[in-house]
Design a protein around this ligand. Structure first.
Ligand code: SF4
Ligand code: SF4
Ligand code: SF4
Length: 286
């Protein structure tokens, strides 16, 4: 017997059965994104936050509307009735979940209403040190931080402006603050929840940082690495996305201690259902 496939199987068995963390759960387990977090505390060069009823919107940062925490709970409860208790309840925007106090209100209400349901957040990590303890207390199961590089000048090309106590920082100063907060935040939550790093890949900007971000993930006890091709738009509309070969190369660099996630198509901030099985172009079906 060759033991390699068994070893891989054991590794994925340790991951939660979550569509964004475990490839075996992708397309099988439902998730709802509750769009209660419209504000953001930084500005990614590739982000066009759009809140509009148009069903043609795609990608993170897009939602047809913003809900109050109470409306979010109502939508979530209906969703869970339809899709069952193994579903994941996530907050992914359309801004940054940790830049909106409504996120904590919603998660507190989830603890009261349905403490057995797995909750999940995607964040840029800037406010993670501030909220780490609260997220542990609220028993968040899975958390994703987008880390686009480790060198401030590289990060600044992806995320050129960062809000710090009411002041916008730019350039390397912004990049330095962001990576420091991400590392500090990951340190605080490690061991309390399953962690993933998403990295938006713009080959001309941050290809040279891929291995360093993977190493940061390993050092921070992050379990999953999800490289996401840049969707060229906004300030980075003329920056190219990676080729198929470049993505393959990134996959080949991933160390064995990190689970690679290869199936992400970058859902909207109000996607709901089982990915790939949504009824229409608009994934908001509840
Ligand atoms: Fe969780 Fe992010 Fe996946 Fe939504 S996209 S379910 S918030 S990991
Ligand atoms: Fe957009 Fe998210 Fe970046 Fe904020 S962190 S600018 S919402 S992609
Ligand atoms: Fe999660 Fe990405 Fe799959 Fe959407 S496409 S369910 S964000 S892994």
């Amino acid at each position: 017997h060759c033991t390699a496939p068994l070893a891989q199987k054991a590794e994925s068995a340790q991951l939660p059965f979550h569509p964004c963390f475990n490839e075996k759960a992708h397309g099988r387990i439902a998730r709802i994104h509750v769009p209660i977090a419209p504000r953001c505390n930084l500005a990614c060069g590739y982000c066009e936050r759009v809140i509009s009823p148009s069903p043609d919107l795609t990608g993170p940062g897009s939602a047809s509307e913003v809900l109050s925490p109470e409306q979010g709970i109502e939508r979530t409860m209906k969703f869970l009735q339809q899709y069952g208790d193994k579903s994941i309840v996530g907050i992914a925007g359309p801004g940054d979940p940790l830049a909106n106090p409504e996120t904590m209100t919603f998660l507190e209400r989830m603890q009261e209403e349905a403490p057995h349901i797995a909750t999940c957040l995607c964040t840029n990590g800037l406010a993670l040190p501030q909220y780490a303890e609260k997220l542990i207390e609220l028993r968040i199961n899975t958390l994703t931080v987008t880390v686009n590089g480790v060198t401030p000048s590289v990060i600044a090309q992806m995320q050129p402006r960062v809000l710090d106590s009411g002041t916008w920082l730019t350039g390397e100063e912004a990049g330095h603050l962001l990576i420091s907060r991400q590392m500090e935040g990951l340190r605080k939550v490690a061991g309390h929840m399953t962690l993933k790093i998403n990295m938006v890949i713009a080959p001309e900007i941050n290809m040279s940082e891929v291995e360093a971000v993977m190493q940061l993930a390993v050092d921070s006890k992050v379990q999953v690495f999800n490289p996401m091709p840049l969707i060229p738009r906004h300030a980075l509309r003329f920056t190219r996305k990676p080729t198929h070969d470049e993505i393959k190369h990134i996959y080949s660099l991933c160390p064995p201690s990190l689970s690679l996630f290869t199936k992400c198509k970058q859902c909207r901030a109000d996607a709901a259902g089982i990915h790939g099985k949504e009824h229409s172009k608009c994934p908001t079906i509840v």
